[in-house]
Write a new protein. Structure first.
Lengths: 368, 276
């Protein structure tokens, strides 16, 4: 009982109160006025999702037909009636060799999702078997001072998600470590603010692609002679540099706009510089800093895909790019799966930041 | 300046008051405040002289915008002085410091700290050599004095305005300042809460006897709390217009003050000045 209460509180805290309502619906505890909010919060969103899926299905079907007709028409013109008829029966039979290549339908996407999961299970089993097989050998190799043999097979979809999350968090951490202290210094000193302003204004709108190229130029030279794969380093640094601006600007703004009353109190009490910063300035600008961090994390996740694609760093971005290049029958569906996964993870990251913000911030109302 | 001349001035200005202490705590001389504007200088205060004795409670009334708050923030050291000087116990001030505690109009508590932490922030500064438990005891003592013994660990943001201002009072007294500066501390409160807080303030003040300067808009509040009510002329170039001695016995109760024969005469004097 107690656990369920805290769970409900947590989900409400995270802005996921819908789970609470659903639970109440199934346990029959729903009050009358809760019924209305249930309609508004659950039934209407569900209906809109169904509507979306329906429209998607119809749209995909119509695109499929257009593409199929065009293909048959082309076959008729180029190769004659027999080829056109053969293609027609081939398409109708669902044979993967002749399917029109267009927007996949929801059911195809769902199938691809399941096949990706199956693929992941196979690869995981494979990895495990590999590990068991090489365990004894690796022990010997380590004892002999040699590097252990590692699994070098193809990463599964889930591995790539995991890798993307690693990259985004490494980039986010880099942004945090650079932007927050720098923002505090800029916010505290009007001189620094005016000298850094042009710098921020110029670099803020630079595209992720250009950041990537810049980081590539530098890291390539710095890591010269190293045989390690630098793509992860390059991509996380690019993600960090690309996404840190929101935090930098917000931190500087938060620090420079601390309520004058608080500053007066600090003056009257003659607080030292460090005490002033850590007891007054920072806590008071925490809500703005967190707003900045929230934007930074969502920007980091957004640019990650493009940067992974460029850097050839394993992850969702590379997955999307490889599937696009691959052009297999279910490649389009896999790209759409990746799109949804990216969207859902982005949403969850946002909720995560909101939860942390609510947890550390004194000003509960300000957190949106 | 030698001590002799200072005493002579005290005698001249204060005359034959029956006040127990004649030592000057706070001395404003030829105080001037100028704000430069595009159309030339705007003189808020000029030639303002005021002496406040040790253990005296002075209230200041005057029309809005006449420069009361400017004067108080200059005493606090938060606003630079354009001319003349301000001395505490004969020593000219330079900048703010904990010898002059301030209770602001807005409670100005750090909302992310508990009420105890807010008071501790000041106590830690003033008694850095005490042990942690000694300092906590001081903070708790003053919070109890203002009736917040149940709210030590409540975040300031969770407290009502009146409760927050109580913490503000506790914070100001806990640093044991030489002078207490109050800038319309009850201006934002409803009249019931204001009455409660006046009682709390005067009760704790009766014990501590810290020289106090308080700005107020409320004539009754000015009389109830003060030994002297200072009336300021309207700006620009505001100065002291008139000073009214309030000769009620201390400790006072609201009832005894209201029933006193002189009360309405004092009140009329102040209102006549303000409406003039």
């Amino acid at each position: 009982m107690k656990a369920s209460i805290t769970l409900g509180k947590v989900s409400k805290f995270m802005g996921l109160g819908i789970f609470e309502t659903l639970k109440n619906l199934f346990t029959g505890k729903l009050e009358k006025d809760e019924m209305q909010s249930f309609l508004r919060k659950t039934v209407v969103p569900l209906a809109s999702i169904l509507l979306f899926l329906g429209l998607w299905h119809l749209g995909a079907k119509s695109l499929y037909n257009t593409e199929a007709e065009f293909k048959i028409e082309k076959a008729l013109q180029d190769q004659g009636q027999a080829a056109a008829d053969a293609l027609k029966t081939c398409i109708a039979s669902g044979d993967s060799s002749c399917q029109p290549n267009t927007l996949p339908s929801p059911s195809q996407v769902w199938e691809s999702f399941q096949s990706l999961l199956r693929d992941h299970n196979i690869i995981s089993a494979d990895k495990l078997a590999f590990k068991e097989k090489t365990a004894a050998l690796n022990e010997k190799r380590i004892a002999a001072g040699k590097d252990p043999i590692v699994y070098t097979g193809r990463p599964s979809f889930v591995d790539q998600i995991y890798r993307s999350l690693q990259t985004v968090f490494a980039g986010f951490f880099l942004a945090l470590v650079i932007a927050v202290p720098l923002g505090i210094f800029i916010g505290l000193s009007p001189t620094l603010k005016s000298s850094f302003n042009w710098f921020i204004q110029i670099f803020k709108p630079v595209s992720p692609v250009v950041w990537y190229l810049l980081v590539f130029m530098i890291v390539k030279t710095v890591l010269i002679g190293s045989t390690d794969d630098s793509s992860f380093t390059i991509s996380f640094i690019s993600v960090g540099l690309c996404s840190m601006w929101a935090t930098l600007v917000n931190t500087a703004m938060g620090v420079s706009s601390v309520d004058k009353d608080y500053i007066n109190v600090a003056k009257v009490l003659k607080l030292g510089t460090f005490q002033k910063i850590f007891k007054v300035v920072l806590p008071s600008s925490l809500p703005l800093i967190f707003t900045g961090l929230k934007i930074t994390l969502s920007v980091a996740w957004m640019v990650l895909i493009a940067i992974e694609l460029l850097a050839q760093s394993p992850g969702l971005g590379l997955f999307v790019w490889e599937e696009f290049q691959n052009g297999a029958n279910d490649s389009n569906a896999k790209i759409i799966v990746a799109m949804f996964i990216i969207g859902i993870i982005g949403f969850l990251l946002d909720r995560l930041m909101l939860t942390i913000q609510n947890w550390v911030s004194f000003d509960k109302q300000d957190a949106i | 300046m030698s001590i002799i001349t200072e005493k002579t001035i005290t005698k001249e200005v204060l005359g034959s008051s029956s006040f127990p202490s004649n030592e000057v705590m706070l001395d404003l001389k030829k105080l001037k405040k100028v704000y430069p504007t595009p159309k030339g200088d705007y003189v808020v205060l000029e030639d303002l002289d005021l002496q406040i004795r040790k253990e005296e409670f002075v209230t200041i009334i005057g029309h809005s915008g006449c420069g009361k708050t400017t004067m108080l923030s200059m005493i606090a050291g938060l606003n630079p002085i354009s001319g003349g000087n301000i001395a505490v116990l004969g020593k000219n001030i330079s900048g703010p410091g904990p010898d002059r505690g301030v209770i602001f109009q807005a409670p100005s508590l750090m909302p992310w700290m508990t009420s105890l932490e807010n008071v501790m922030l000041g106590v830690n500064q003033v008694f850095p050599h005490g042990t942690k438990s000694q300092r906590t005891d001081i903070a708790k003592y003053y919070l109890q004095k203002v009736g917040l013994e149940d709210s030590f660990h409540k975040k300031a943001a969770e407290l009502s305005q009146g409760m927050q201002q109580r913490v503000g009072i506790a914070r100001a007294f806990a640093i044991k300042p030489k002078v207490l500066l109050l800038d319309e501390p009850f201006g934002m409160l409803d009249s019931l809460t204001r009455g409660e807080l006046q009682d709390i303030l005067i009760e704790i003040w009766n014990k501590e006897k810290i020289t106090a300067v308080m700005i107020t808009h409320d004539v009754d509040e000015a009389i109830f709390l003060a030994d002297r009510v200072v009336m300021m002329t309207s700006g620009p170039r505001a100065k002291i217009g008139d000073i009214l001695d309030i000769n009620f016995e201390r400790p006072r109760t609201r009832k005894s003050v209201l029933e006193h024969d002189d009360y309405y005469a004092y009140r009329k004097h102040l209102i006549d000045f303000l409406e003039h």
